[in-house]
Design a protein around this ligand. Sequence first.
Ligand code: MTE
Ligand code: MO
Length: 410
Amino acid sequence: MNEQNYAMRRRVLRSLAAGGMAAVAGAWSHVARAADVVTLPFENGLRPLTNAFPQKGEMLLLRSRPPLLETPFEVFDEGVFTPNDRFFVRWHLADIPTQIDARTFRVRVRGAVDRELDLGLREIMHDFERVELAAVNQCAGNSRGFFKPRVAGGEWGNGAMGNALWTGVRLKDILNRAGVKAGALEVRFNGLDAGVVSATPDFIKTLSVDHARDGEVMVAFGMNGQPLPLLNGFPLRLVVPGWYSTYWMKMLNDIEVIETSDRNFWMAKAYQIPDTPHASVSPQEKAFKTVAINRMVPRSFFTNLSNGSVVDVAARRIVRGIAFGGDKGVREVRFSSDNGATWTTAQLGRDVGTYGFRRWEAPFVPRQAGQHTLKVMAINTDGVAQPTTPNWNPGGYMRNEVEAITVVAA
Ligand SMILES: Nc1nc2c(c(=O)[nH]1)N[C@H]1C(S)=C(S)[C@@H](COP(=O)(O)O)O[C@H]1N2
Ligand SMILES: [Mo]
């Protein structure tokens, strides 16, 4: 462990152990006053920028209650770690604690275990080996706004994702202390949030016992060297590397080992994808087999140029962006400056870990004045490449087609 990491860990530890409350003034139920707006490039893409949410800087506002906040895309050009105060926010249920006392917070481990556990934050932080991992947290519906035909659900641009250095303990170690009974099938996770009316199904997600014990799934209390922002799940959240963030339970306070296959609404009805390549069906298709959404797929983006950017004709410039491999690392990023006719291999930046963002860059010389369509494609270490055509499904999930932008050389 290097010194910087060590200092970071101690900071996280101190601020949590000092009994710091995630003191959050006021509620966010009122609509934030729009200082400015951003227009995402699809129908109904107008988004107010807001600064009104606790521990958050300027964000795109999709909804106030429950909060859906998108990261303005230029933030991703600043580095491979997404700052906590610009990290996207998504909640399903509107009853979210606005303050949590770190001294009294408990997480229970129960169900098909030899010993039920009731752990405070201090025990989580001191009794288990600490681990650290960079991983992309991406909403399954990231980029849903680009779906054509349009689908129901939060119309995100590309900013419902972020990469953080997560600090925490292995879920496996916690489960081992409880002793998972033979015959246990799955582990269910619940957080402190609830629906406003009791008819709303509580947000609960489940992983298989094997996945929960793979040694990578983490109960995290640190995010980029700080305690988690309240809206990102203070004080504890699940980190499920390589899987869509619907499984990354925030404000995690209940871990239940079960001997059956969970049929709760959020596992069996919501977050279902077609069991087809790229989770894709034609919009006319009605009868198809579905499965619960699971592993992420590779993606890549431009961060220093966007649609309509003006570049100097005949001048060499560096085009850059970010990529991630989904459930694997990034093997290669390819860049095209002629709308996909020819491709070159981009140079990759520092590897911060299999599941994190990876910077890429490539030189670009616009030889003629006028429009140039640029494309970028990531290929992961399994050899899975981004598709060149968009997928479609009624949930608006798992978009990962090759991104294209058109810039103007003048
Ligand atoms: N307790 C709780 N955890 C949750 C959710 C939620 O509604 N409640 N939403 C999930 C979904 S769908 C997403 S996209 C991520 C968003 O994580 P973030 O808000 O930290 O970016 O949280 C996940 N964990
Ligand atoms: Mo999500």
